[in-house]
Design a binder for this molecule. Structure first.
Ligand code: NAP
Length: 324
């Protein structure tokens, strides 16, 4: 169910129409169409996909509360001012959150609870790194903790604050199934502490993005068992050469785009799709599904990502590591 060029163009066009920054429309930037109204938290929202998604959600209604949850408060404040300036939304807020630190995640959740905030309509687990510290302050693998564990803990600590029909969206990647030999699940403990296991370390990003899928599908199963109305989905933005994550010098970028043509995304179309998922605008039920560069249709992730035993094991180990 690949996204068609026409679909992308249409979505990008809609984004521009909902984009208060272009100044062609009313203060809420929506042209009067029904649009998301509520509270959204986006991790890693000071740059790239997180920033663009936050900006689009803020532009949908000036009464939307959009929280930029970032490890560097100074960068988050710059982003907050930029979004407020271009959308007119004064309810954009910067909060400190380092998802590679269990204590920071706990502090964020405690701050949220103590402020008795309105229910969260959308939690967007976006912050991510492709390489980084071999060990975090918690003595865990940096990519594993940043991309998976911190978000796992955040979602569980905030669960009681998520609206009855709220959404949790994890930004995964099609690199959960990288080119080459198929991934084998090494076990969650090994991912948390890869040590000298070069084969695992080399693929730590892909494993972390597989964890995003295990997390989403298992969280969804657990919520359904409790008859919760919260939806959990995963999203692949595709290769976006415009963000800090994969910013590539032009000549190399052109070659990469040719090699990875089928995996290409763009910051514009992927932020439109992610904002659509977060806003509840998708025309299809999003719970328990994986969306590849669009919010219009869901698709299948890798066969390995549907292994329920692995997902349960990851959930158990994640709970132990975070002392939930
Ligand atoms: N770009 C791509 O080609 C691509 C493809 C597939 C999936 N993705 C996924 O898309 C998501 C967004 O990436 P992007 O492309 O927008 O890259 P980006 O511009 O580098 O944005 C990543 C964001 O995550 C934040 N972050 C990193 N570590 C953090 C931590 N410990 N705590 C809180 N925030 C942290 C960064 O903050 P700082 O500014 O402080 O570093 C930054 O705001 C990631 O999950 C990535 O895996 C990207």
């Amino acid at each position: 169910m690949a996204q068609s060029g026409a679909d992308r163009a249409d979505r990008a066009d809609r984004a521009d129409r909902a984009d208060g920054a272009h100044g062609e429309h009313g203060a809420d930037g929506t042209d009067g169409a029904a649009a998301f109204e509520g509270v959204a938290i986006i991790t890693g929202a000071n740059s790239g996909l997180g920033f663009e998604t936050a900006r689009r959600l803020a532009a949908m209604s000036t009464s939307n509360t959009v929280v930029l949850a970032c490890r560097d408060l100074a960068k988050a404040t710059v982003a907050q001012r930029a979004i407020t300036a271009t959308t007119g939304n004064t309810n954009v807020r910067a909060m400190r959150l380092d998802v590679a630190s269990i204590s920071s995640v706990r502090e964020f959740a405690a701050e949220w609870h103590s402020a008795a905030e309105a229910p969260i309509d959308a939690l967007v687990c976006n912050a991510g790194i492709s390489r980084g510290p071999a060990e975090t302050v918690d003595e865990l693998d940096g990519v594993f903790e940043t991309n998976h564990l911190g978000h796992f803990l955040l979602s569980q600590l905030l669960l009681d604050s998520i609206a009855e029909n709220g959404r949790v969206i994890s930004v995964s990647s099609d690199m959960h199934s990288p080119p080459g030999p198929r991934l084998k699940w090494p076990g969650a403990e090994v991912l948390a502490h890869p040590g000298q296991k070069a084969a695992v370390s080399r693929l730590r990003y892909s494993y972390s993005k597989l964890c995003n899928l295990y997390f989403s599908y298992e969280f969804s199963r657990r919520l359904r068992a409790e008859q919760s109305g919260i939806s959990v989905a995963a999203f692949n933005p595709g290769l976006m050469t415009e963000t800090n994550f994969a910013r590539i010098p032009r000549p190399v970028g052109a070659v990469m785009k040719r090699i990875f043509a089928s995996r290409l995304g763009s910051l514009e179309t992927s932020s439109v799709a992610l904002a659509g998922l977060a806003a509840g605008e998708s025309p299809v039920p999003i719970d328990d599904h994986y969306f590849d560069r669009t919010d219009q249709v869901f698709t299948r992730s890798s066969d390995l990502s549907y292994n329920e035993k692995n997902a349960r094991e990851l959930w158990r180990v994640s709970s132990e590591l975070t002392q939930l």
